[in-house]
Design a binder for this molecule. Structure first.
Ligand SMILES: Cc1cc2nc3c(=O)[nH]c(=O)nc-3n(C[C@H](O)[C@H](O)[C@H](O)COP(=O)(O)OP(=O)(O)OC[C@H]3O[C@@H](n4cnc5c(N)ncnc54)[C@H](O)[C@@H]3O)c2cc1C
Length: 302
């Protein structure tokens, strides 16, 4: 089936589309070729219809959050990239210190909402630039906190387009992993349980967290945050530094001078540059320290 006819079908479902969408516009790395079809779904009905249509036509689909943990290939993404918007951006207070967050909402918006409602527990997430969906998928965490500490229940669409729900331990959270890892399910929304805390106290902790980020991370350059997961008993950045790799580069991709766990795009880095740099770092760290660095960043595309 041609991209034109599938796009006509998706348009008729109420989705907003664009063809040959440059993915570098949607990733924090500012890297990536074009997606065949970029599809914005503003409610569950449209999303479910889009997924059913893709399945019925044998078209691959990929759900993107804020694109802050992705390396999209230079050849781009075949099929449909689905972005949640509209209803999925909503956040509401449910009472009893609980909030429901749409998967498309940014973690920044959720942190601001919690602070404004005098609810503590999410301060650690201030400064993580992803969405709720990406945060749950990745079990995002920082400064001693993780998404797993606050999530109660999550609704998702399975790959047949059915609405399902999991709660508590079923999320199977681990370091930068969850029940959703490597599944083609779409997280719809999640209920978080927080606790009462003074607004000003929350504000000061958030401010402190941001100061720490600014001091340690190269926030003035495009990146996808820490490239590698934390290996048991070590810090990836310390191992990389110890191996003399700080500042090393391939093309415009460079191991950050400020934080060796980050790879930054100094302008025109390609996905291939970043991949080659990752390969060299992994090989050198393995040879010199015996530790295998596993990627936290997800590779997507052709
Ligand atoms: C400067 C910087 C600092 C960072 N600091 C941190 C940090 O301190 N801690 C940390 O953990 N991470 C950090 N990150 C990485 C990143 O922000 C997190 O991994 C974040 O959770 C990714 O969310 P996202 O919405 O951008 O997801 P994306 O990068 O868009 O996607 C990541 C994965 O989640 C999946 N996904 C996204 N939304 C959904 C959905 N609705 N349903 C199903 N699957 C979905 C995608 O398919 C993909 O597999 C940082 C990144 C940057 C650029």
């Amino acid at each position: 089936m041609s991209n034109i006819s599938i796009s006509e079908e998706l348009l008729s479902l109420g989705a907003k589309l664009s063809m040959d969408e440059p993915m570098k516009l949607h990733t924090s790395f500012r890297i990536g070729g074009a997606a065949d079809i970029w599809c914005e779904a503003r409610d569950i009905k449209i999303l479910s219809d889009v997924i059913k249509t893709c399945k019925a036509r044998g078209i691959p689909y990929f759900v993107i959050g804020q694109g802050t943990n992705l390396l999209v290939s230079d050849k781009g993404i075949r099929g449909v990239v689905i972005k949640l918007c509209g209803d999925f951006d909503e956040i509401e207070a449910l009472g009893e210190n609980r909030i429901r967050c749409g998967a498309g909402a940014t973690l920044a918006a959720v942190c601001r909402f919690a602070q404004a409602n005098s609810l503590g527990g999410l301060e650690f997430a201030w400064g993580i630039p992803g969405s709720v969906g990406g945060g749950v998928y990745m079990n995002a965490g920082a400064y001693g906190g993780e998404i797993k500490d606050v999530v109660q229940t999550t609704r998702y669409l399975d790959d047949e387009g059915n609405i399902c729900e999991i709660s508590g331990k079923k999320h199977d959270f681990a370091h930068r992993r969850s029940f959703f890892t490597d599944k083609n399910f779409v997280i719809l929304d999640t209920v978080m349980e927080l606790y009462p805390r003074n607004k000003n106290e929350i504000f000061f902790v958030m401010q402190d967290t941001m100061e720490k980020r600014k001091a340690k991370q190269p926030l003035n350059r495009p990146s996808a945050g820490s490239v590698f997961k934390r290996p048991d008993g070590f810090y990836a950045a310390a191992l990389i530094e110890q191996c003399g790799l700080k500042g090393s580069s391939v093309g415009d991709a460079q191991v950050s001078e400020k934080h060796s766990g980050f790879i930054v795009n100094n302008g025109k880095a390609s996905a291939e540059d970043v991949k080659e740099l990752i390969r060299r770092v992994q090989q050198c760290v393995k040879e010199k320290t015996g530790v295998e660095l596993e990627c936290e960043v997800k590779f997507v595309g052709e």
